[in-house]
Design a protein around this ligand. Sequence first.
Ligand code: CA
Length: 422
Amino acid sequence: MANSPLSAAVSHVGKIRSNNQDSGYAGRHLFVVADGMGGHAGGDVASAIATKRIAEADEAYAAAADAEQALQAAMIAANSLLAETVFEHSELTGMGTTVSGIIRVGDQIALAHIGDSRIYRFRDGELEQVTADHTFVQRLVDSGRITPEEAAVHPRRSVLMRVLGDVDAAPEIDTKILDTKPGDRWLLCSDGLSSYVSEDKIAQILATVRGAQGAADRLVKESLDHGAPDNVTVVLLDIDASEPTGADTPTVGFVGSAAAPLMFEGAESERRPIRLPTLLLHPLKAAPPEDTHFEPEREEFLEQLIEEDRRRARRRRITWLVGLLVVIAAIVTAIVLAYQWTQTHYFIGATDDGRVAIFQGVQQNIGPISLSHVEQTSSVRVDDLPAYQRAQVEATINADDLRDAHDILDRLSRAAESGGSR
Ligand code: CA
């Protein structure tokens, strides 16, 4: 925890992990967070090697573009160093690390980033994530296959697409230059913070806790209060009017695994394989939980993941389709039952050509659909009926059933014969 008043770096192993695979660096001009991974092999070694190599770029730069270039070059050099280390120590195969770093040059910030650690700019009460997560789920979100809400709970949300390590000789590193001004707070953090503490909460802490050290401590504590299942690292840089010159910055420091002695130092120059005692690297071999990061992925494994995601999408579609069919079947059944109910009813009325007839169904229509039809036409003409019966027929007469309808028809027939008025 070595810092100037304007910057701070804090790293905590968390409450579940047995070792800290995160590294952090708060320097004079350069600030870095790295989150190492590698199941059986040392993620702690990866983040420490990368952070220490990148820290060599901690210098005053004349222009932000120079700083951006130097930072990117340092990350590529760190990548090569990791590959060389794996070459000499095959037990470290598969190790890798995220790196997010910034260099301040006057009122500009040069930034370089790979992985899912994050850089935020806090300005005027607003917290803005200025890096993109290089994760499998972010790729799915970007391609419109899942929503950000689905990504937050996706079972593969921690699978990384890009890291520094021994997998890729030319890692794809994002770089950019952003402006900064007095009052800005630059937050670099591992996913041990951003996955467990909401951005609203982070913003609230940055808005209220003065001093870089106090705010960084408070952020880490917030993660611990949430159970801190993962290592958590926070590097914070406050921007004030004066740019640190180097001379007046009292301390420069590493935190996390980069703060511990690196067991590989010296091995590189000797260029001979030195087999490190694994126990030294992992004093607690009781399988630390590895639920938040997977090793850098080979293409075939990514294909498996993408296929798995497709299957999940298919299952969602099928579930949705089955639900729709059930609803449609229920509606059709209801319509059929309702229609059948109408067809148990009979009434007496007049046909279009003026004859009295028995109708099956009910008088109502649903739009153009008639719910009744002529069951039996009689020879009785409506015009032959007495006035009262004629009015009744024109208004229709309900019958209890078909037999009742026939009885009514008979009565009307007799009424017509006994001399209807015309
Ligand atoms: Ca992590």
